[in-house]
Design a protein around this ligand. Structure first.
Ligand SMILES: Nc1ncnc2c1ncn2[C@@H]1O[C@H](COP(=O)(O)OP(=O)(O)OP(=O)(O)O)[C@@H](O)[C@H]1O
Length: 253
């Protein structure tokens, strides 16, 4: 089992402190959401965990090494003159090991292409993809090497409703199969409630709450995070959904 512990993690850009003692303990095998308002520090926390930024506190991995970690930033900028298939192979080969593909590696590429339902895109040039297609290809590139720790910055922000469901289900299946730690920075709280077992809530660089998603995403926390009045109800299938009533009164925040 893989686990990731954030122990009073801090981070700064130059002299500006962005993260303050962010703490959480994440188990593998499920999806964890990272939520918070714009500029709360979600991407900064990912950069700190990925080792792109230094800072106070400690990031501890158990059952995995730092080379097992993949970070998919918000803007993946696909400019290389490659086909989708070539780009996924390139991602697999980034860890080294020469250019010859073993049967196992070929199987990993094909499995990933199937998992994310992009077989029809494999021969297409990256430059010819739509925004949503690029996002799914980027997810495939991130997971092809079967990393044990995965940080994804808004992985479904460009996807239509159907594709969001499909991709989040595939990510959940990947986490279960590999027992990997997957953290997804997300703004769609309904998708978070549906797919993510645990949630970290970040506000102004501090972890306000961490735990089972439905315990974290209470109306009072949502009011505090976003200044929004909301309530949680059940849809016709019994799943929790968040109803937004509107902006909270200033004195209530
Ligand atoms: N490279 C950088 N240099 C200086 N400041 C930065 C840099 N990147 C981000 N910041 C600042 O750090 C703060 C947190 O930004 P971050 O990108 O981590 O927020 P976020 O929670 O991911 O936001 P969003 O939901 O809008 O993507 C912001 O105030 C931002 O201006």
């Amino acid at each position: 089992m893989v686990s990731l512990t954030l122990d009073k993690v801090g981070a700064r850009y130059g002299r500006r402190q962005i993260l303050f003692e962010a703490s959480a303990h994440l188990q593998g095998g499920m999806l964890t959401a990272l939520v918070g308002a714009n500029a709360a520090g979600k991407s900064t926390l990912f950069r700190r965990i990925a080792g792109h930024l230094r800072g106070a506190g400690a990031v501890r991995l158990e059952g995995a090494h730092t080379h097992d970690l993949r970070y998919m930033p918000q803007d993946t900028g696909m400019t290389a003159a490659l086909t989708v298939y070539e780009s996924i192979i390139l991602s697999l080969k980034q860890g080294g090991g020469g250019w010859r593909l073993s049967t196992q590696e070929l199987r990993a590429v094909d499995e990933t292409v199937h998992r994310f339902n992009i077989t029809h895109l494999v021969d297409q040039q990256l430059s010819e993809l739509s925004g949503g297609q690029r996002q799914v290809v980027s997810i495939a590139q991130t997971l092809v090497s079967r990393p044990k720790v995965v940080l994804m910055d808004e992985p479904t922000s460009a996807l239509d409703l159907n594709r969001q469901y499909e991709v989040l289900e595939s990510l959940r299946a990947y986490a279960e199969e590999t027992q990997a730690v997957l953290i997804l920075a997300m703004h769609d709280l309904n998708q978070v409630m549906r797919c993510c077992s645990a949630t970290i809530a970040l506000a102004e660089g501090r972890t306000l709450a961490f735990g089972p998603t439905l315990d974290v995403l209470t109306p009072s926390l949502i009011r505090r995070l976003y200044g929004i009045e909301s309530r949680v109800e059940r849809c016709s299938r019994g799943n929790p959904i968040m109803i937004v009533d509107g902006p909270a009164a200033q004195e209530a925040i």
